[in-house]
Design a protein around this ligand. Structure first.
Ligand code: HEC
Length: 125
């Protein structure tokens, strides 16, 4: 009888340990979730959009490829080349950023920022 109780206690300890490990790892998942992109916030070209290009695009889109996405030249290049238009979902820039054949891909958060920036009029703000 005593043996049986010990065994049950062991099983309970293991179950509690497993539950707490599960709890910890699910907390981690939440803390790594990307922050939601606020559609109604004002999105700025200089501080929100250009850094996306600088980090992900300029290795290829330098002066030799249209659109050039280099800081200081990108806005004009995108405008002149007709890459930004409304509705934002069908602009060449957004379509290219969301097409699977165009690598490396930007994150979903970055795509949304570009989408909202175009929707808000694609200002050089
Ligand atoms: C590894 C190189 C490479 C990277 C990095 C890259 N591109 Fe491109 N991009 C290309 C090439 C090559 C083309 C032309 C062929 C094509 O349309 O896929 C192109 C085409 C485009 C076009 C369409 C041009 C047209 O005439 O229709 C857009 C817009 C564009 N890229 C945007 C971006 C953006 C925004 C990023 C960063 C998020 C990016 N690219 C990153 C290589 C790259």
């Amino acid at each position: 009888m005593n043996q049986k109780l010990k065994r049950i206690r062991q099983i309970l300890v293991v179950l509690v340990l497993l539950a707490s490990i599960g709890g910890l790892s699910s907390c981690e998942k939440y803390s790594f979730a990307p922050p939601a992109v606020d559609k109604n916030a004002t999105w700025h070209f200089q501080t929100d959009i250009q850094p996306i290009f600088t980090a992900n695009c300029v290795t290829c889109h330098d002066n030799s490829r249209t659109p050039t996405l280099l800081d200081g030249k990108s806005y004009l290049s995108l405008k002149k080349g007709g890459f930004i238009s409304l509705p934002a979902e069908s602009s060449k820039l957004y379509l290219k950023m969301t097409s699977s054949d165009h690598s490396p891909r930007s994150t979903d958060t970055e795509k949304l920022k570009v989408l909202y920036w175009i929707t808000q009029g694609a200002l050089n703000n």
